[in-house]
Write a protein that binds this ligand. Structure first.
Ligand code: ATP
Ligand code: MG
Length: 570
């Protein structure tokens, strides 16, 4: 094999950023040092899109023996809060990653201030007192050069004193801004004298009221990377157009410093994660929480990491999902059913099988002794023998699902209907005889006879039936609440909808609460977040709302992807 094809061969399993890193390592760049960062703004809880960035930032450092720092990009005090800082840390840990250090962009406020002063002194920045509208108007368009601000040639001394004033508290927000003096005719709009400092009159969650002038993202980000020694600064594709400005500021920093090592950080961009039937924007997710459209940031319908965790998703399943979708340089939308497929695969291997009846109706086995209690063996997981088995009590009176009975059934109905035999899972074959209805015609009780020779595991019985139903003993069960979730939005891409506001696109039936579910006794000791497969129904986990008196379960995901089928029929 030629050298190039060997390289291509190994590159197949690498994502494009890993290819860049391996090349940098081969060339001995930055003395072989690999340093990344995950830079969230603490203005909301992390969503699964952030998990994709986390897996890359922390994953690269882990794979190449480097460092990944957690850096809070806290340059806008109005939207930020310690609650978000804490939740972000918890989510990263839950995903199984550890940061080398925690940094805050706000820790660099003094250095950023000093750098801004240097730019002013070098004639590369000026104070503009125009309104935001005037500044925007003078920007021009991608095909039309902008016009110079009347303040562009202000004297350095005056710029310096006005910059001090911006931070003194005596000026109102919007009174003036500091702009970098670059090129109002540049084809890159970000070069047209970008704003680098603005006045914000709001206490900061870390620096309090010490500062009134705050750096803009573009100004603070690359500088923070440089101060920390980041080598590979990875972000999403919308920052491609910001990269020249990122580099421009770093050029200014490098030329003003005395570091001769040649070190400088580089920005690389990958495709952000978009998922169908949900949105990936902290701002919009905050609106859902504040507007009461969901209960909290960790509402199991939310695409937040904490929402998925509460819903019963495992950290493993999120990693596997992110591996499946990979990292590319073009944007797209991933089908939610791929994520659901991944959690199903994971829980299929891990979760014990139990019986739960969500919508119970009584089944009476007329020929079974009144007081008999029989312990039957129930396999915990047919996928994994090591998970063993548990016992389930069989009695004369049971509960089955209301949906599993039909009085006048069509031919291919293999569940319970008079005259037909079905198997009760882990127990006997029973034949329905009749049923009793109330005045409204609602089924009250179903009657059946069992065949004692057909107990599961008995070798002498080779009777075959088409249907198997789950059940619980009417005398031995626990009553629980079960929450069933559906898509949060009715439309596939709510973020792209132009006609209506996203909150008008919510699915009104995204939550159904079932409060009289009957679960087998095995679940009495279930603990918060434990995952189970409720046989024939799906994967469920214990919600933290559970109390000593009443367990609450979430349906993580149904057993089959019924959604795609329904969608195809529409
Ligand atoms: P949002 O608009 O939801 O607030 P953001 O990009 O402003 O997202 P940050 O807190 O600035 O959120 O993001 C931290 C990191 O996570 C950034 O590097 C960003 O590029 C990345 N990130 C954000 N959203 C996604 C996404 N949907 N897919 C992949 N990475 C993302
Ligand atoms: Mg942001």
């Amino acid at each position: 094999m030629e050298k190039n094809s060997v390289l291509e061969e190994t590159n197949k399993s690498l994502n494009f950023i890993e290819v860049i890193i391996e090349k940098d390592l081969q060339e001995g760049k930055n003395d072989g040092r690999i340093q990344t960062r995950f830079p969230p703004e603490p203005n909301g809880y992390l969503h699964i899109g952030h998990a994709k960035a986390i897996c890359l930032d922390f994953g690269l450092a882990k794979k190449y023996g480097g460092l990944c720092n957690l850096r809070f990009d806290d340059t806008n005090p109005v939207k930020e809060d310690v609650e978000y800082v804490d939740s972000i840390k918890a989510d990263i840990k839950w995903l199984g990653f550890e940061w080398a250090n925690i940094y805050y962009a706000s820790d660099y406020f003094p250095q950023l201030w000093a750098f801004a002063i240097r730019l002013i002194k070098d004639g590369r920045a000026y104070i503009d007192e125009q309104s935001a509208e005037d500044i925007a108007q003078q920007k021009g368009s991608p095909t039309l050069a902008g016009t110079h601000s009347p303040h562009r040639e202000r004297l350095i001394e005056e710029n310096l004193s006005l910059f001090e004033k911006m931070n003194s508290g005596e000026l109102a927000e919007g009174a003036m801004v500091l702009r970098a003096k670059i090129d109002m005719a540049s084809s890159n709009m970000h070069f047209r004298d970008p704003i680098i400092y603005r006045i914000i009159d709001h206490p900061h969650h870390r620096t309090g009221t010490q500062w009134k002038a705050y750096p803009m993202y573009d100004f603070a980000h690359g500088e923070s990377d440089y101060f920390e020694g980041v080598t590979h600064s990875v972000c999403t594709l919308e920052f491609v157009v910001h990269r020249p400005l990122y580099d421009w500021f770093i050029d200014r920093l490098v030329e003003s410093g005395d570091d001769v090592s040649g070190y400088r950080p580089h920005q690389y961009e990958f495709n952000r994660l978009n998922l169908t039937y949900t949105i990936m924007s902290k701002r919009k997710l905050l609106e859902l929480v504040q507007g009461g459209f969901v209960r909290s940031w960790d509402d199991p319908r939310m695409p937040t990491i904490s929402g998925f965790r509460r819903r019963g998703y495992t950290s493993d399943s999120i990693h596997k999902f992110i591996d499946k979708i990979g990292y590319t340089k073009y944007d797209g939308v991933v089908d939610m059913s791929l994520l659901e497929h991944t959690i199903r695969e994971d829980l299929n291997l891990k979760s014990p099988r139990v019986s739960a009846v969500l919508n119970p109706v009584k089944l009476i086995i007329t020929n079974y002794p009144d007081d008999k209690e029989e312990m039957l063996e129930a396999c915990n997981n047919p996928e994994d023998e090591r998970m063993g088995s548990h016992e389930i009590v069989f009695t004369k009176e049971l509960y089955i699902e209301r949906e599993d009975f039909m009085e006048d059934a069509p031919k291919k109905y293999f569940r319970m209907t008079p005259g037909q035999e079905v198997r009760l899972k882990n127990a006997y074959i029973v034949k329905c005889i009749s049923c009793k209805k109330d005045e409204a015609g609602e089924i009250e009780e179903i009657y059946a006879e069992y065949d004692p020779q057909t107990r599961s595991g008995m070798s002498q019985s080779n009777k075959k039936v088409k249907g198997t139903l789950h059940w619980v003993s009417a005398r031995h069960n626990i009553c629980a609440e079960v929450r069933i979730y559906d898509r949060l939005f009715d439309v596939e891409n709510p973020g792209a909808e132009k006609e209506k506001k996203f909150t008008e696109l919510l699915n009104p039936n995204s939550l159904t609460v079932l409060s009289n579910c009957r679960l087998e006794m095995e679940l009495a000791t279930a603990k918060t977040y434990d995952n189970f497969q409720f046989q024939r129904l799906g994967y469920f986990n214990v919600d933290p709302d559970s109390t000593a008196d009443k367990l609450v379960f979430n349906r993580t995901v149904s057993l089959k992807d019924s959604w795609s089928k329904i969608k195809d029929k529409k």
